[in-house]
Design a binder for this molecule. Structure first.
Ligand SMILES: Nc1nc2c(ncn2[C@@H]2O[C@H](COP(=O)(O)OP(=O)(O)OP(=O)(O)O)[C@@H](O)[C@H]2O)c(=O)[nH]1
Ligand SMILES: [Mg+2]
Length: 315
């Protein structure tokens, strides 16, 4: 078992040495531990600091390409180098790297394909209340939406992946990758486990979440889009029903006037037209959902091909 610990780093000179030095290099059940850093176009001493702290591989994106791209690169570079397990941690020393052996335990026991380091957000004293409850609410909704039975810390970046899981997952969104990886994992029938690992306070200001409302909107858009890709029928029939039902109510209202009042349908033609439009539109959206779901089957087949190709190429 070869373990790769990966770190996406964008201007993390201040913290990255501490992060790398904390990574345990001898873990029972693991034959080697390598540290791989992808520098996302940092303008500070991140690369030098990572090297001097003993990172085995430091790769650079050249320019700043964002976290989702960087994550994808980390996965690919680890797979190329023969990783059997990939653990991702952040370069800001938010997570406790000395807990990596606990994080990979479910994988070593073949009980999981992906393990999430749960930050136990509820118990983080230093986190501002607004952030905390927003985070908990977000985790609750996303967990329900993607069909998890338990609420997991869906936005935690401290995770372990098996080689198999890493080969299966491909990131399409640009803002965050955390939700998308989970929804894909479930789509591929991978098992997700969670290990409580309390997170540390980060002194520097978060750059990913510099503005909470903006981050929230961006995340919601990502979640909605990802959800439409992976559960098209559910999204489209929900949307269709939302439009179809008012139309149906209007039709019944018209029928009531037509049969049970003296003036019949007179004066209600306008609402009848609206009803017809709503019903047609609602039905069409549902049919679009059917088509999207048929395209989804296609995607699954292509993903299967991609998986086998990657497996073959990265042998
Ligand atoms: N913000 C940001 N981080 C990047 C980028 N590329 C790579 N990263 C790395 O991604 C990791 C997470 O970024 P953070 O800014 O800590 O975001 P976060 O952990 O979601 O937010 P906090 O919980 O508030 O710290 C860090 O290791 C960054 O160095 C990028 O373009 N922007
Ligand atoms: Mg952070």
């Amino acid at each position: 078992m070869k373990l790769f610990v990966t770190i996406p780093a964008f201007n993390e000179a201040e913290n990255i040495e501490r992060v790398i030095r904390e990574i345990p290099r001898n873990i029972p059940g693991v034959e080697s531990v390598s540290v791989l850093v992808v520098d996302d176009g940092s303008s500070d001493q991140t690369v030098e600091c990572a090297r001097s702290a003993g990172a085995d591989f430091v790769i650079s994106n050249g320019t700043n390409k964002g976290l989702a791209y960087t994550f994808q690169r980390l996965i690919r570079e680890s797979l190329i180098r023969g990783a059997d397990i990939i653990v991702n941690t952040d370069g800001d020393n938010h997570y406790n790297q000395s807990r990596i052996p606990d994080l990979i335990q479910p994988i070593l026991e073949s009980k999981a394909d992906i393990v999430i380091g749960d930050r136990e957000v509820r118990q983080l004293e230093y986190m501002p209340a607004a952030n905390k409850y927003l985070n908990l609410l977000g985790s609750f909704f996303v967990s329900r939406m993607i069909g998890l039975k338990k609420t997991l810390d869906v936005s935690s970046g401290f995770r372990a992946y098996t080689r198999e899981a890493a080969l299966r997952i491909s990131i399409l969104s640009k803002h965050t990758y955390t939700h998308e990886t989970l929804i894909q994992a479930l789509d591929h029938n991978l098992t997700i486990a969670s290990v409580p690992i309390k997170a540390r306070k980060v002194n520097r200001k978060s750059r990913l979440i510099s503005n909470i409302p903006k981050h929230l909107v961006k995340s919601l858009v990502v979640i909605f889009r990802v959800f439409t890709i992976y559960k098209p029928l559910r999204v489209m029939s929900g949307l269709g029903l939302l439009i179809f039902l008012p139309g149906l109510v209007l039709i019944f209202r018209f029928l009531y006037f037509y049969f049970f009042t003296a003036r019949g349908g007179e004066g209600h033609i306008q609402s009848l037209i609206i009803a017809a439009i709503l019903i047609l539109l609602g039905f069409q959206i549902f049919v679009l959902g059917l088509i999207a779901s048929a395209i989804g089957w296609n995607r699954k087949m292509q993903e299967e091909i991609l998986y086998h190709q990657k497996k073959e190429l990265l042998k």
